[in-house]
Design a protein around this ligand. Sequence first.
Ligand code: SF4
Length: 275
Amino acid sequence: MQNEEINSNDNEVKYVRTTAAFDCGGRCPLKFHVKNGKIIRVEGDDLVDDENQLRTCVKCRALRKYIYHPERLKYPLKRVGPKGEGKFKRISWDEALEEIAEKLKYTKEKYGNEAIFLPMSGGYLGAYHSPVVAMVRLFTHFGGYSTHHGNISSEGAVWATQAQYMSPFVGHSREDMLNSNLIILWGWNPARMNSGTDAIYNLVKAHEKGIKIISINPKYSDTDVVVADQWIPIIPGTDVAMMVAMANVMITENLHDQSFLDKYTVGFDKFKEYV
Ligand code: SF4
């Protein structure tokens, strides 16, 4: 995509095409309207193609608030009071790097490398500090580090898809939702964050097509307002109990596909007993 410049009402407005680096599963096309060096508006994909627009969710549409928030961290701050008091002073990048290097060396010498905890991914860091890039390389050269177990955002899905399909890289395109008979949104609010470009767009299309959509979520979300035919306000922490209850109904009322289970799964007998 190319950037373009226009004059409107004698004020120069520059259009900048970009995307977001949120760790959201989407890389939606964005069009910033920039005037006097400031973003004055954020638009999504403006291609004139009703069928294939890559529509953004509200998170990127609100990027101006993120970028210009008065409390946005734009330079290193050092705590100067007790923890929790909220007192910080601005320091230079060189000072920050020196302090961090000093603390890392101290921790390594006194407690060993395992005392260094390196959390990775999340927020904007997902795109920059992906576990396979610079931070891991740096800390590996430094002698090692500790980190969290597994994937911080989708460990359950990663294991389930590996067990089922032998790969975590599976899924359907968002358009495939239009081929469903029933869509269950389990704790999912793609109007706030798509988790993949065009999720809410295709959900709205599915809703308009008459496909039933059930939302299971403690919160009545923006997505539920727009597309849910039924909202089940589950109590947090009871998801697995509800899934087992659903399986119980399917099995006792013989709604399950036994031939599929026989052909593609192992351990159903044990699961049936458990349920
Ligand atoms: S899914 Fe939402 S947050 Fe992610 S890039 Fe697209 S518009 Fe931005």
